[in-house]
Design a protein around this ligand. Structure first.
Ligand code: PFF
Length: 464
């Protein structure tokens, strides 16, 4: 399909543009906010090691799978399953569930992204005294959330090539430059080397079942797998594009930014004697203090840091709208403009309870859910546990099972290998990349995910 053939559906203008947009989706709050605090809670270097293994062994095969399924069918996340003959069961458990993951995560992802706008402004005006007071004030969090959503919709409604691709091509390189700047400041702080050591020296005694669970969940969240994103973005990909090399670029950029995210945070955390296992508030509570206590230029470094967090969130949130939008455009024949605005407004309205769950409404702040043995308190945390964790893993499992065992993986495998000269050459242990991918999608991915899922719901013991 050419750009002219469907103005609504669209196509990437260049390979670089696709890589930037897909990497833009993958690189987000997950890398800079979530990865460091989860690493801090799971023992530092050991977690980093397991995380990289999860990306390579499970993440990458699934990333290829989604992208190829999208390009093979040229459809949205539900249409891709329908078009390949999936019955209602697979359409719902893999397609619709992925679509709901993207939509419902957006409802609280936008809230967190809204906080970053508040922090950018506060670096110059100092209106945020502490994180909890800021988060509990509806008059701050709601307008910032709304502003972030308007910017997101504005980019998406401008289209695939003109909006998403154009924005990502500018924003992603800017992000890299800002990251390097903040790392430089962080590692030159006195005492920073302790943090570098903590972060990069694996202590294998710290690896247990829970570390693996956390790492796999983080890999799916970070690589944007299980959300229907890569299917949707793959559907805009011309046949001439080499999926293998694009996927490698996206996977390595995402992992690189996560690793750099840790390198920004941990040296500073140690230099200022903070607790690396501080949890979800690590970035929002600890870093502003660190910026404040810098002798000079702290507010500039701080504003830059939150600006980059906001940019990373923006290139991710545009992809979250794109998943349901492409479904409505393809299947319900809505215009791109109408689809993006309606989804954006709905996501904002449904996100209000999450925005109020930081203290502004005691009902939404105290509501709790028993989540397989651990209690999640607050609307935002409940949404994250359900949509941002559990359902993603289920979608990944169902997609791997569908492609591996129902659709038969050869078709998707051929799509992955299009244009790649060595895809069918025997490279390692007498196996070709094509054979290896099929083995991974049929066996390794579903088995690992199933074990993780069973461990999460408590059917099997998580400790190994
Ligand atoms: N990968 C993003 C992150 O790490 O923040 C989260 C995400 C964004 C996942 C967009 C999926 C998605 F469609």
């Amino acid at each position: 399909m050419s750009i002219q053939a469907s103005e609504n559906r669209g196509q990437w203008g260049s390979k670089f543009g696709f890589i930037m947009a897909a990497a833009g989706s993958a690189v987000g709050l997950g890398n800079i906010w979530r990865f460091p605090y989860i690493t801090g809670q799971n023992g530092g270097g050991a977690f980093v090691f397991v995380y990289i293994l999860c990306v390579l062994l499970v993440g990458l095969p699934l990333l290829y799978n989604e992208t190829a399924l999208g390009r093979l069918t040229g459809k949205n996340t539900v249409g891709a399953f329908k078009d390949t003959g999936a019955n209602k069961f697979w359409q719902i458990t893999a397609g619709f569930l992925a679509l709901s993951v993207s939509f419902f995560v957006l409802t609280y992802y936008g809230v967190i992204a809204g906080w970053t706008i508040g922090y950018i402004i506060s670096e110059f005006t100092d209106f945020i005294k502490d994180f909890e007071t800021f988060r509990s004030n509806a008059l701050y969090v709601i307008p910032f959330f709304a502003l972030f959503m308007v910017i997101t919709v504005y980019i998406v409604q401008a289209g695939v090539s003109g909006g998403i691709e154009k924005a990502s091509k500018i924003l992603m390189p800017v992000l890299f430059i800002l990251i390097v700047l903040v790392i430089f400041r962080s590692i030159t702080l006195p005492g920073a080397m302790e943090g570098v050591k903590y972060y990069l020296t694996p202590d294998f005694a710290k690896i247990n079942g829970n570390t693996i669970l956390a790492a796999l969940g983080q890999a799916f969240f970070s690589l944007s797998i299980g959300w229907g994103i890569m299917i949707t973005y793959g559907s805009y990909l011309p046949k001439s594009n080499n999926i293998i090399s694009s996927g490698l670029w996206v996977g390595s950029m995402d992992t690189l930014v996560a690793l750099l995210g840790g390198l920004m945070i941990f040296p500073a955390v140690f230099a200022f004697g903070k607790d690396p296992a501080g949890g979800t508030t690590l970035v929002f509570q600890v870093l502003p203090e660190i910026f404040n206590s810098m002798p000079t230029g702290g507010n500039i470094v701080g504003a830059l840091f939150f600006l980059l967090l906001c940019i990373a969130a923006l290139t991710s949130s545009i992809s979250m709208i794109e998943v349901p939008a492409s479904y409505l455009i393809d299947e319900k024949k809505w215009s791109r403009k109408k689809a993006s605005w309606i989804i954006g407004i709905l996501a904002f309205l449904i996100g209000i309870p999450s925005a109020l769950s930081g203290g502004a409404s005691s009902f939404f702040t105290n509501i709790s859910l028993n989540f397989f043995g651990t209690t999640k308190t607050g609307f935002l945390d409940i949404m994250d546990a359900l949509f941002g964790t559990l359902f993603i893993v289920i979608v990944c499992l169902m997609t791997a099972l569908y492609v591996g065992w129902v659709l038969k993986p050869q078709k998707v495998s051929e799509e992955i290998g299009l244009g790649s000269p060595f895809y069918h050459k025997k490279l390692v242990f007498g196996l070709s990349p094509s054979q290896m991918w099929i083995f991974f999608i049929k066996f390794i991915c579903p088995i690992v995910i199933l074990l993780v899922l069973l461990a999460t719901v408590g059917v099997i013991e998580a400790d190994v």
